[in-house]
Design a protein around this ligand. Sequence first.
Ligand SMILES: [Zn+2]
Length: 551
Amino acid sequence: MPPLTTKKPRGPWPARLLSALALAASVPVFAADVANPFFNDLGPLMVAGALLAFLLRDRAARMGAIVATVLWGVSGFSPTGKVAAKVVVLGVDGATFDVIDRLDLPNFRALAKDGTRATLTSMEPMFSPLLWTTIASGRPPAEHGIRGFHVASTDCEVARFWDIAEDRGHTVGLYKWLVDYPPREVAGFWVPSWLAPGPETWPAALSYVKELELSKRMRRKQVAARHGTVELVWGLVKAGVRLSTLARAAAWSAEERVLHPKPARANLVMQTMRGRIDRDVFVAQLHARDPELATFTYYATDGLAHLYWDQPEIVEQAYRQADAILGDIRLHLAPDARLIVVSDHGFKAMDGTGLAGQFAPLTERLRARFTAEVGPADVTKVGHKLTVGLADPAGQARAVAWLSALADAAGEPFYRVEDLGGGSIGLTLTDEQITAERLAADSVGGEPIADYVKLTDAYTGTHESRGVFYAVGAGVPAGATLEPVALLDVAPTVLAALGIPASIEMAGAPVVFPEVTPRVADWDGVLLDLTWLGGEDGQNEEALKAIGYIE
Ligand SMILES: [Zn+2]
């Protein structure tokens, strides 16, 4: 008689494998959450582990699932305490009420209901590095000295509100304000904006954020050589990046490989990914460093609007993200903290229809020729308009005369020249009818016109003067709308929110918050003793090109 063979019962291995996978996911998430308490923002996923624990019959597998559930659940709680910040300034580059109100965004709506809003009137030349410097200093470009993009934070000749606040003993946290490179060592944090050519931050541990951004310019391999991928991701996690952001990055990586998405989709994902990383790191640093004054600036509302104003569904996603970030930041602020939201300019459809809309002026040949024949300058393009920013404003009259004399083949002035004063000159084309025939035949000051303008339909949106201003917090009237506010009013307003007087040199006045009197004669003395962290020379030219300021 053959020995009786009993069928072996189905082994516990599938159950144990599932349980091991749950543990393999939750242990590193738990460890990351110890380093960054905001890391696990996908807490509800613990339901999957609980379900597993309920379904698995094998004892060891069930234990594993329970442990995984507990680790995931515990790490899923994020700090809910309020931060110490007394004043937070949120910059939304290029934001306009035309889109905010059309979309009826919930957090912007709540901000208007709880606080005060107004149109913020921008100034020419409408070029962001210069405008954000005007906002921060309360001084016009002729005085602050930031006219082009070949500038560093050390070139700003006047004090900005964070310099003044710091001098008065307040701790500051700066996140991507324009013209803030190189950074300084502060009792808070300082992460420079997209113009920065190098990765320096304060504290240095935050530089992973900048390295990731610069990696396209420096090529991934070089970044990987400096810091391996694992170290880069771990550095980002420790700086504050959340699990949902990593999951989004992984999903994008798969989409990119499988679906080969169009450039517009890739651009949208990259810009909103940057928005997520920035929000994650800013909120974590608000908690970790607890500055009394903090700033955060969001740029996708400008970058995407230049390219896709004619595709509202893309621009809207940037505005929805700005709204989400606003909501997230408010969640962490004490009820009496003061939040000021500003844009540097508004946005509109590119003017001109048909032929007049299908061109872009070029910057490089004009810059080279101007520099050779008149003197050093930056030439920047925003929409159909060029801005010439002189290194030396004393050359203004000569520059205006030289630019006015540039004629086309028929002897007519090629540019309509607008003397903006203070080292800035605005240029538009006298004849905006650009056709392929004209591009082939016409000339500018004896050189081929094709070096000065090109046919393109890449840009559909451009800057306009009506930006946004909001304030909320202690002492701010709820539900009020003010008369238009000037850019020059913002710095005195931020200082007043901190209880610091403006200087007599500032032409604007605080809105919403009462003026602190008497004004001081001048704040610029606070710049004398500042020490800057070393950095690289130059600008992030790739970022300037991506936004369309130069080609
Ligand atoms: Zn712009």
